[in-house]
Design a protein around this ligand. Structure first.
Ligand code: GLP
Length: 239
């Protein structure tokens, strides 16, 4: 695991864009796993700027998203499909038929089959929940879990209520790529920023590997890059 602590959110986002853009240049036909949430927004802005300068193209990529709420229509402003369209896909040359989300109605296992048929995910981008979740794999998720429907923790519903008019509007369920599926990605890029992530970062990177802290599963992956800002890195003992 390579852990890099950057001065602030902008520097973290720009370094993340370096990693993603160079992975796309190395494998323009690759399978790239994208994440939602506020953390990767700066990364996506930076990728859009690079695309506009002609430095990167998404035209041959396959994209796979980590998770999706259940109960929101695809055009709902808080659906993750809408988020990706608004924050990245709608601004670059990604081919709509190459964009994939875990199925909200269909058979979750079909998503793992799709990833397997594509020969796996080359680079999976991840954020981290304040409770240590990755995707929507909440604490207690089995390390051998696959794509499935999950119930959201009340802390996650509270965290994500900031994007909705009322907390009661936040869906209670989601479909998420499983931990085992995430761990099968060839490379993982974990991003965390802000003081409210410091505890989850320390527990994920330096604590015992336990299903109570989903992010701690990443310690067993051979190829993880972690990019943090100073606030998120504050509770790490190794600097
Ligand atoms: C959300 C998403 C995760 C995301 C995390 C952190 O609930 N399901 O994929 O990484 O929580 O979100 P944020 O980046 O907004 O803090």
């Amino acid at each position: 695991m390579v852990i890099d602590c950057l001065e602030n959110y902008e520097a973290m986002s720009s370094r993340a864009a370096d990693v993603v853009a160079s992975a796309i240049s190395e494998k323009p036909t690759g399978v790239f796993g994208f994440a939602t949430g506020s953390t990767p927004v700066g990364l996506y802005k930076s990728l859009i700027a690079r695309y506009q300068r002609g430095e990167v193209t998404f035209s041959k990529l396959t994209t796979i998203n980590l998770d999706e709420y259940i109960g929101l229509s695809a055009d709902h402003e808080q659906s993750y499909r809408f988020f990706m369209q608004h924050n990245l896909f709608g601004h670059v040359d990604v081919q709509p038929e190459c964009v994939h989300f875990p199925p909200v109605n269909g058979e979750p296992a079909a998503f793992d089959d799709l990833i397997r048929n594509k020969k796996g995910i080359d680079l999976q981008i991840l954020g981290l929940g304040s409770n240590g979740h990755i995707g929507f794999n909440e604490p207690g998720s089995a390390f051998d879990s696959r794509t499935r429907v999950v119930e959201l923790e009340s802390s996650t519903i509270r965290d994500n209520a900031r994007f909705f008019e009322h907390q009661r509007d936040v869906p209670r369920q989601a479909v998420t790529m499983g931990i085992k599926t995430i761990l099968e990605a060839h490379q993982i890029l974990l991003l965390a920023s802000g003081a409210n992530k410091a505890n989850a970062v320390a527990r994920s990177l330096e604590g015992p590997q336990t299903e109570n802290v989903p992010g701690s599963c990443l310690q067993s992956h051979p190829n993880v890059i972690v990019l943090l800002d100073e606030a998120a890195a504050a509770r790490l003992t190794t600097k």
